[in-house]
Ligand binder design. Structure first.
Ligand SMILES: [Ca+2]
Ligand SMILES: [Ca+2]
Ligand SMILES: [Ca+2]
Length: 268
């Protein structure tokens, strides 16, 4: 009798085979290679977008000027970070054989040798982390990982359309300390979305924790066109209600921004 896992593996293998046959793209961007297929260098900036299976590309950056799109020379580029302690690191590993950038036992392969972090070391972020699609594909689902959400840390994931309106959103657990059994220290939070509405353009990860310093983003395993099994996906029933509320909030925010811009342009 075929096991479900075996069938799933076969399907995945067939799908990946097709993807690799049609382009150099991989469906899972695990940051173990750079967009050109070469091996990353520790602390090097990620400059180029990654190709995605089925056509198009996706880029990663910190949105310094907060306009939800990439501005060359203005927005900040993430850096490749190597597993383990090596100078400037990505996160503190308190529940793993640390002290830095180590996965909890059993999660080593999932972290791999490389992940992305903010431009500077653990401290403050230059802006929200943006994942921006450049593709004609309709994006219905995706998933990714934020590692090591500790005490005082929390992230909100917003899915945006081309005008920066929020289509839907997901809040990470509130980080707890290393001694709490629920701690995500040295572990991934696997977030994902399925059944997304038309118009997905970008994904925005905003730090919404209580910390004001000692913050880091350790980002890994972005799957641009499907949500991998095991990802935390928002409840479909809550999506519609949330979208209405968020649309109202976003409209208010836009009005305030427009008002602010008008004021800034007024000659004194
Ligand atoms: Ca920008
Ligand atoms: Ca490191
Ligand atoms: Ca990795």
């Amino acid at each position: 009798m075929p096991r479900p896992n075996a069938l799933k593996s076969a399907a995945t293998a067939a799908f990946c085979g097709l993807a690799f046959a049609t382009s150099a793209a991989a469906d899972m961007i695990d940051f173990e290679t750079r967009p050109d297929g070469s091996t990353p260098v520790d602390d090097a900036r990620l400059v180029s977008p990654y190709a995605i299976a089925g056509g198009g590309s996706v880029r990663f950056f910190f949105d310094v000027n907060g306009n939800d799109r990439f501005d060359l020379g203005v927005d900040a580029l993430p850096r490749f970070e190597a597993r383990g302690e090596d100078g400037t690191d990505g996160f503190v590993s308190s529940t793993a054989p640390g002290p830095f950038d180590r996965a909890r036992e059993g999660y080593g392969l999932q972290l791999g040798r490389w992940f992305l972090r903010q431009p500077d070391g653990i401290g403050v972020l230059p802006g929200p982390f943006l994942i921006e699609y450049d593709t004609t594909q309709v994006i219905r689902e995706f998933s990714g990982e934020i590692w090591d959400i500790d005490g005082g840390e929390q992230w909100r994931v917003d899915v945006l359309n081309g005008t920066g309106s929020i289509l839907t959103t997901l809040l990470s657990p509130q980080g707890v300390g290393r001694n709490d059994p629920a701690t995500l220290d040295s572990l991934p939070w696997n977030f994902g979305f399925k059944g997304l509405p038309d118009g997905v353009k970008s994904i925005r990860l905003t730090f919404v924790g209580t910390k004001t310093d000692g913050i880091g983003l350790a980002f890994n395993n972005f799957s641009p066109t499907f949500a991998v099994p095991g990802s935390v996906v928002p409840e479909p029933s809550s999506l519609a209600l949330m979208a209405i509320g968020l649309a109202a909030a976003a409209a208010g925010r836009r009005r305030r921004m427009v008002a602010g811009m008008g004021f800034a342009k007024t000659p004194r």
